[in-house]
Design a protein around this ligand. Structure first.
Ligand code: SF4
Length: 359
């Protein structure tokens, strides 16, 4: 009897959230309209893009991808380089490669449509536990416990969990599991995400708009601003290098090279640099051995900084002109936007261009 009562209470909560969702759901380009059937391809593409990236950043990329490759079949048939070019600027570049691998595998093994179970999805390239749960719930309305940072925050507040993250993860997952509804699993997963993103926000949550205000323990105990607690993140190590921006004699083109197929920024284009090292900046005289050509290199003032997930990179920029090079490829300066060039390398080139304009 006690278990039935608990279930009844949690279904009441999930129903309240679903009713809230029916009135306040966000309109997102990858989301089906109310009552409409979700497109698994769009759900998957958006979930891969949203890993580590915000909804606002993903929006325009998602639209560009869907316009160019409207179906999974189209994406599977695309060449990897054009996917990388379209992905440039979105970060975590391995995702572009895994996206392509996954599309090809689904086309080959599942005849063009994704499997619907969380376990089967989990085996596909680019799928972690979160993405498998999200796609199973949102695209196929399967019962799945979809936990992202938003959901963890809502659970920590709703149940006043004081254990700090990441230690609290298993507990928050169990609390979310206990609240799952017995129907509309896809809507419920999206409702929780929307609640976290628009109402139970990290700073100044809008509790007066929350469907769970009357049962929220953090609200009752005045702990909202303190939860979720987190173990403070360690400072990221710094790496340093010199980047070599080589212009051709007329300064219309710059030299780029391709990064190795494995590792950070795999397969993307880059401005040649010295090895990214945790030591101090190398001297230009020694660094020149790693330059793409022998030339009259000179360092320009300033440093370009970029934050990666596990370290911060500082780059000093050296420039030179030469029409000779043994390796790499020349790219017209006004065509850089069409390259698979990550944001950090755009920053380097913009830094050099600014210096040239001001010189
Ligand atoms: S009442 Fe406030 S803190 Fe509690 S779940 Fe709702 S928005 Fe979050």
């Amino acid at each position: 009897v006690a278990q039935k009562m608990e279930e009844g209470k949690s279904f009441a909560l999930s129903n309240q959230l679903l009713a809230w969702y029916d009135r306040h759901r966000r309109v997102l380009p990858w989301r089906a309209l109310p009552g409409g059937a979700p497109d698994p391809y769009k759900v998957w593409l958006s979930e891969i893009m949203l890993q580590q990236t915000t909804v606002a950043t993903v929006g325009p990329y998602f639209q560009k991808f869907i316009k160019r490759w409207p179906t999974l079949h189209d994406l599977a048939k695309a060449d990897l380089e054009s996917i990388r070019q379209m992905w440039a600027g979105l970060g975590y570049y391995r995702r572009a490669q895994l996206l392509h691998e996954c599309a090809r595998l689904v086309l080959r093994n599942y005849k063009d449509s994704f499997p619907s179970s969380e376990n089967e999805l989990r085996k596909l390239p680019g799928f972690g536990p979160y993405t498998a749960a999200a796609v199973a719930a949102i695209a196929f309305d399967q019962r799945a416990n979809v936990i992202d940072g938003n959901v963890e925050r809502v659970m920590a507040r709703l149940r006043a969990v004081k254990t700090p993250l990441p230690k609290a993860k298993a507990k928050l997952r169990a609390l979310a599991e206990a609240l799952l509804p017995n129907k509309r699993f896809g809507d419920y997963a999206q409702a929780l995400m929307d609640l976290g993103a628009t109402v139970c926000t990290p700073k100044s949550p809008k509790c007066s708009l929350c469907p769970w205000i009357s049962v929220c323990e953090a609200k009752a105990k005045g702990l909202i601003e303190k939860l979720p607690r987190r173990v403070p993140a360690k400072a990221k190590p710094q790496r340093r290098a010199i980047a070599f921006v080589l212009y051709d004699a007329k300064k219309r083109r710059v030299l780029l090279r391709r990064r190795p197929a494995k590792g950070l920024l795999a397969g993307m284009m880059e401005v040649p640099t010295t090895v990214w090292s945790e030591k101090a900046f190398p001297k230009l005289e020694t660094a020149q051995k790693e330059a793409p050509v022998r030339a009259c290199w000179r360092l320009i003032p300033g440093v370009v900084r970029h934050v990666f997930s596990h370290f911060e990179l500082e780059l000093k920029v050296a420039i030179a002109s030469s029409s000779y090079t043994k390796s790499g490829c020349w790219v017209l300066q006004d065509r850089l936007a069409n390259q698979a060039l990550p944001s950090v390398m755009h920053k380097v080139i913009r830094h050099a261009q600014k210096h040239e304009r001001e010189a």
